[in-house]
Design a binder for this molecule. Sequence first.
Ligand SMILES: C[S@@+](CC[C@H](N)C(=O)[O-])C[C@H]1O[C@@H](n2cnc3c(N)ncnc32)[C@H](O)[C@@H]1O
Length: 665
Amino acid sequence: MAHTKKGPSRRMQKQGPPQSLDEILGAKKRKSAAPTNGAIKKQKTADKDAPKKKTAAQSNGAKKVRGEHEQAPVVKPKATKVLKKTAKPAALDVLADSDEEDLELDDDEINLEEDGLNGLDMDSDADDFDLAPSGSDDEILDDSDAEVRREKMWSEDEDSDAEERLTAANIEGLSRKLNEQRAREAAEAEAELAEDALQTNIAAELPDDEDETNGGLLAPDLQLLRSRITETVRVLSSFKDLADPAKSRADYTQSLLKDVCAYYGYSPFLAEKLYSLFPPQEALAFFDANETPRPMVIRTNTLRTHRRDLAHALINRGVTLEPVGKWSKVGLQIFESQVPLGATPEYLAGHYILQAASSFLPVMALAPQEHERVLDMAAAPGGKSTHMAALMRNTGCIFSNDASKERSKGLIGNIHRLGVKNTIVCNYSALEFPKVMGGFDRVLLDAPCSGTGVIAKDASVKTNKTEADFLRLPHLQKQLLLAAIDSVDHTSKTGGYIVYSTCSVTVEENEQVVQYALNKRPNVKLVSTGLIFGKEGFTKYQSKRFHPSLKLTRRYYPHMFNVDGFYVAKFKKTDVTPAALVGNPGARVGDQANGAAEDEDEDATITSEGGDQDEDDVEAPAFETFDDDEDEKLIERSLRRNLRRKGIDPKATKSAAVKSYSKSK
Ligand SMILES: C[S@@+](CC[C@H](N)C(=O)[O-])C[C@H]1O[C@@H](n2cnc3c(N)ncnc32)[C@H](O)[C@@H]1O
């Protein structure tokens, strides 16, 4: 049975990357010592003395402390402006701790966070935002600053420095505070567990057979398991120093995986697959992160409203929210809501869609332009198609395709609700593209996948995925990706791009699929996703080697960025796909540019030719470059494949077998 860890809810953690110090230090300084915060909360002027409602963070144990400077009057440097007195937003309480600590920081940091807060406060509809620090009678602000910020905060295009500062302040303060608190609690919990372990004399011994005999009958002792997992991870992390010389690394790993299965509820198969992606300590963080939900996020539909106006409307309905992070201009992270977010008038009017933050990323990477022709190959229920429509301002044309008729109904519903007018819904297997239609400026393939990135949402993934799934799905993904590439017009003046994404973290569904496409379609190369955060894709994984350009792809993990596990790769098509290959996905021609190999599994890694290449060298090959040497290699490969089919090991018997087989043909 899965166990939920104690600690502050991840809902309260900022999504995306932590704010870079440089950016924070680059923001404008102010001399006053006003409180710092950027969270938004419905104004409570009517009843400022009423007890405040708890925020999610508070109910999760975040300490409510008012920073000294919160009560301090703000010094007015020049002309001043007096704004209405307001109650302190509940969300601010969460940050009060960090405010206090900020007092010990240098002036720069204090003042910068303050900027973020005031940036938010400068909304012209000030009444609806909590503008003033509680405890101060009047918010006194520099007039000129206020004007600038009023203009910039929640501005029409949301491209606001002030907002960035707000976000910076939010991320910095909120996440630092929560991280510290988490670290403290984790340390306390560890100490407690270690003590328990000593008391019960169950120190982190590897399980023996007796555990197994009892295992099937008794409920697992979660505390014992946790303690042993932690200890085994510790040993594995410093194996030379800490391991029992009588035991191998494999022994420890095996024991750890067994405990992970019992503690978190994974099948042994999936536990091993996911474990293998990380160093032991990080694997544990990943498994832990899968036990807590990601923050609820909504995407503003900019075809119908602006984020500022939407925030305003929802705040008035009792929703506590803040911008999702600096990296998005349309996301709002929901902390608390007194109304069902799928049934507000704003929702019904199509002002927003409930959408995981990670789902913004592939569309941002694709960056569809106005007036383009775009294909969304696997579009239902339409979160990404409708996002694209908004970026394209309802111009051009999006073909939103999905193989499932049933799921397409949801897609159509969202298209109507969100006021999308540039979209044609179609219901093909995307494998049929480009025969259905080609010549697109951009194609998004948000592929069907195993969902190992969204285990926090769907815990059934822990047990219902089998080895067969990790053969079937990558096979489909590879074929779909080739179809996506073949559907793009490489001569497009504005585009020629393909984005491949999954909500899975396995290498089979990500790097191996991308490498396969590079091998089969040398007329594409990987390019930067343009996303400002994310971990580089693997270029090495176990015995597999991928092209260096795989570094340009991006991995997202819940434990690292507090978003769903996700993968994004962006290709640029540089040449036409030869007609012989179109609609014949598995076939290849002269495909040495990106690495080539023998059968499908090997196609998912690179040969030495591809592996030697430099990232920048990934050029489209000339398609006319058939030569005899190359043909000979291809023939030999084909012969070896035939030998294998006949049960003969071509490596063991290579030349003789190949020769005799060739002769017999
Ligand atoms: C990850 S979901 C897509 C989510 C969607 N992009 C969004 O943002 O709302 C994968 C979709 O692929 C569809 N699908 C599965 N096989 C397909 C195929 N061969 N061709 C087209 N769509 C397919 C599924 O019906 C499912 O809706």
